[in-house]
Design a protein around this ligand. Structure first.
Ligand SMILES: Nc1ncnc2c1ncn2[C@@H]1O[C@H](COP(=O)(O)OP(=O)(O)OP(=O)(O)O)[C@@H](O)[C@H]1O
Ligand SMILES: [Mg+2]
Length: 231
């Protein structure tokens, strides 16, 4: 569904993505793990059109969207939940969600979103700054869903969240997958990635160097962790 081929992205003279290859079948959850600064966020920003790749292809259902403007990529069915959430602190929960709406949602109507995120329903008229980190993360996901995306890019959603909230997040991600949404999950939290992903990928210096289903990964976890993930 989403197929990335030999993607290269530069920031000025810095060659950040050095030939990323990644293929995510429709309805699957694929996770990308990696140390700080290896290019995980640059990968999702490149897919979303927020930074222009220097070469390579990004195929969405066979159409090459590399270099398209972000609004056009969003219209094609890709949504992005940025690292750090970027909730509008002075807008209410409902207003924050409506920011993501491009036309009245058909699949993820406000009613369904508030059913998926009961904590947001209770806080619907609270402002962004009044929410906990977990509520802000759920809000960021709700804001992405209201555009009825077919694919969602989640950049480190578990960052700064308590273990109990991370478990809640895992349930939400699985529920989205059950609804047919294709998910690219960027994570540093290996437990979360292992719990939800159909396949795990590890990025090192702008390349995917390892891929395996969670069961295979788990069997070899300590060695992999030492080799690619711990500092
Ligand atoms: N706007 C930018 N201009 C120049 N260099 C950048 C820019 N954004 C990121 N970089 C550099 O690109 C490299 C990859 O950054 P990126 O944010 O993709 O890493 P990451 O894997 O998401 O890291 P983290 O785990 O810390 O989020 C880093 O060396 C970073 O300093
Ligand atoms: Mg990042």
């Amino acid at each position: 569904m989403l197929r990335i081929e030999n993607l290269n992205t530069h920031y000025g003279p810095s060659h950040i993505l050095q030939g990323v290859d990644l293929q995510i079948p429709a309805g699957k959850i694929y996770a990308v793990l990696g140390r700080n600064g290896v290019g995980k966020t640059t990968t999702v920003r490149s897919i979303m059109g927020l930074v222009r790749p220097s070469s390579g292809r990004i195929l969405l259902d066979g159409h090459d969207i590399a270099g398209w403007a972000p609004h056009r990529i969003a219209r094609a069915g890709v949504a992005y939940v940025p690292e750090g959430r970027l909730i509008f602190p002075d807008l209410t929960v409902l207003e924050n969600i409506r920011v993501g709406e491009r036309h009245p949602a058909r699949i993820w109507t406000m009613g369904r979103l508030l059913e998926l995120f009961p904590s947001l329903r209770e806080r619907s008229s609270n402002r962004g700054w009044q929410l906990s980190g977990g509520e802000q993360q759920m809000l960021a996901i709700a804001r992405a869903l209201v555009s009825d995306p077919r694919a969602v890019l989640l950049d480190e959603p578990s960052q700064g969240l308590a273990p109990l909230v991370v478990r809640e997040l895992a349930e939400v991600i699985k529920r989205l997958c059950a609804e047919g949404v294709t998910i690219l999950l960027i994570e540093q939290n290996m437990k979360l990635a292992e719990a939800v992903a159909d396949e795990l990928h590890i990025m090192v210096k702008g390349r995917i160097v390892y891929r395996a289903p969670p069961a295979v990964f788990r069997a070899d976890e300590e060695a992999i962790r030492g080799r690619y993930l711990t500092v």
